[in-house]
Design a protein around this ligand. Structure first.
Ligand code: GAR
Length: 208
């Protein structure tokens, strides 16, 4: 059984999709803990209600990024994870933290990377006149939102879209994309060659 620790900062809808897919699909894995940098994160209550261990490492209680990331790594390591999954975790991570979890740290980002790293992705996609938007699951590297791409999901941008409407359309696909990508990692199906991630058996890494 692989052990997964999920990091959240807010409502945790991606976390819910991962927990439910893990149970429904019978992954050879269990969610060992959910950790948040915000005590008020709604997802913590949901996870605790499911009997999942939860922890809070409040970034406001630490003097700087290095101290926060060291405390966060310690809280995560207490659950001896094979894989650490960022699910709406809204903190920039230090190179030391990323190196510690190298190869076993995944993130989901609500844009078609490398377009629109950082914040306000949907607003920026609309302002750029994009006709296509989506989400990306990638391995985390020290450069923000730039690691090797595991899988992407695309959605159309519609003429009357607002950032919220587009975000909702993308989020619905995130809930399918992330469990798929995490399951592939659990199954050992992902191969990385010179920064390019391929599925061992050629499963499509693009979802419509
Ligand atoms: C998701 O859309 C996720 O892609 C995004 O935050 C949202 C979290 O929602 N993540 C980032 O922007 C990371 N840079 P959730 O808490 O309901 O899963």
């Amino acid at each position: 059984m692989k052990r997964i620790v999920i990091l959240i900062s807010g409502r945790g809808s991606n976390m819910v999709s991962l927990v439910e897919a893990c149970e429904r699909e019978g992954w050879a894995a269990r969610i060992a803990a959910v950790v948040s940098n915000r005590p008020e994160a709604g997802g913590l209550t949901w996870a605790a209600g499911r009997g999942i261990a939860t922890a809070v490492v409040d970034h406001r209680a630490h003097a700087g990024r290095d101290a926060f990331d060291a405390a966060l790594a310690e809280a995560i390591d207490a659950h001896a994870p094979d894989l650490v999954v960022l699910a709406g975790f809204m903190r920039i991570l230090t190179p030391a933290f990323v190196a510690h979890f190298e190869g076993r740290l995944l993130n989901i980002h609500p844009s078609l990377l490398p377009a629109f790293p950082g914040l306000h992705t949907h607003e920026r996609a609309l302002q750029a006149g994009c006709k296509l938007a989506g989400a990306t699951v990638h391995f985390v590297t020290a450069e923000l939102d730039h690691g090797p791409i595991v899988a992407q999901a695309v959605v159309p941008v519609l003429p009357q879209d607002t950032p919220d409407a587009l975000a909702a359309r993308v989020l619905a696909r995130e809930h399918v994309l992330y469990p798929l990508a995490v399951r592939w990692w659990i199954e050992g199906a992902l191969e990385i060659d010179q920064g390019i991630v391929r599925h061992r058996d050629g499963a499509p890494q693009l979802l419509g």
